[in-house]
Design a protein around this ligand. Structure first.
Ligand SMILES: NC(=O)c1ccc[n+]([C@@H]2O[C@H](COP(=O)([O-])OP(=O)(O)OC[C@H]3O[C@@H](n4cnc5c(N)ncnc54)[C@H](OP(=O)(O)O)[C@@H]3O)[C@@H](O)[C@H]2O)c1
Length: 257
């Protein structure tokens, strides 16, 4: 019989936007699978509270905006000083500050969405590769980007968010080729997952919204964290450039976010 060790033992992971929701569930799953984890978010108190709930020595928290280059440098310096290595980067922080048709879209808000959802994610990869002590490309590792099913079908009132995620998916494919063979780059694309971020999409009408999902329910953060742990692990050692839909069957049944 084969013995299976914890899949992420000895690995160091950075998860952006992880004081709650999907990012926090990924942090919990990574720690359960043996990783040391660094989490970020903008609000320091909630981030510190989230980190304090983990076993001592498993999680470090650094507060800041994920698209801020100074914050990125501070986080990576902290990882280099505390752990000396970075193996897994999860670009989870994402925003959608607008709701409504594209023809009325505030272009400053659109730029902000691209800054965080797309350029911020690219910047983390760049900085992790350029960091002299971490050298993600030289060391090898795994990058996982948080996309959305709204990247694949026009989503009413949140279309530009979907456009930013579609660009993130193409960034995923492009980086997977550029950074091969040492770094694998993949994405997950969830449909509606029950977090603060998506609350407006289902609150008060969860049964009606769930009816479009062949599996009969909305997603949970744990539905996403297990898939991300798989992509981060050696079990996905031959998987790169892929977008894994996590949608309870929504897209295949012809639904949209
Ligand atoms: N929930 C869904 O239905 C769904 C579906 C598809 C894809 N996604 C994607 O999944 C990711 C996580 O979403 P979620 O539902 O878990 O959201 P959430 O519950 O709102 O959590 C977002 C986390 O990110 C942090 N954050 C937000 N903006 C940030 C920024 N600019 N810089 C650093 N941290 C930031 C938040 O803390 P602070 O507020 O303190 O910064 C919080 O910890 C996003 O990329 C989202 O687009 C979500």
């Amino acid at each position: 019989m084969t013995d299976f060790a914890p899949r992420l033992a000895g690995r160091t992971a950075l998860i952006t936007g992880a004081s709650r929701g999907i990012g926090l569930a990924i942090a919990r799953r990574f720690v359960a699978e043996g990783a040391r984890v660094v989490i970020t978010a903008r609000k320091p108190e909630l981030l510190a509270e989230a980190a304090a709930a983990f076993p001592e020595g498993t999680v470090l928290a650094v507060a800041g905006k994920s698209d801020d280059p100074d914050h990125q440098a501070q986080v990576l310096d902290t990882i280099a000083a505390e752990y000396g290595q970075l193996d897994i980067l999860v670009n989870n922080a994402g925003i959608n500050p607008v709701y409504g048709p594209l023809v009325d879209l505030d272009l400053d808000a659109a730029r902000r969405i691209l800054e965080v959802n797309l350029l911020g994610s690219l910047a983390w990869v760049q900085q992790a590769c350029r960091h002299p002590k971490l050298d993600l490309r030289g060391r090898g590792g795994s990058v996982i980007n948080l996309s959305s099913v709204s990247a694949q079908t026009p989503a009413a009132n949140i279309a530009f968010y979907g456009i930013s995620k579609a660009a993130l998916e193409q960034l995923t494919r492009s980086l997977s080729v550029e950074l091969a063979p040492t770094v694998r780059v993949n994405a997950v694309a969830p449909a509606v997952v029950k977090t603060d971020f998506a609350r407006a999409l289902y609150e008060g009408r969860e049964d009606a919204v769930s009816a479009a999902y062949p599996l009969g329910r909305l997603g949970t953060p744990e539905d996403v964290s297990g898939a991300v742990a798989f992509l981060a692990s050696d079990d996905a050692g031959w998987v790169t450039g892929q977008v894994l839909n996590l949608d309870g069957g929504l897209l295949v049944a012809g639904g949209s976010a």
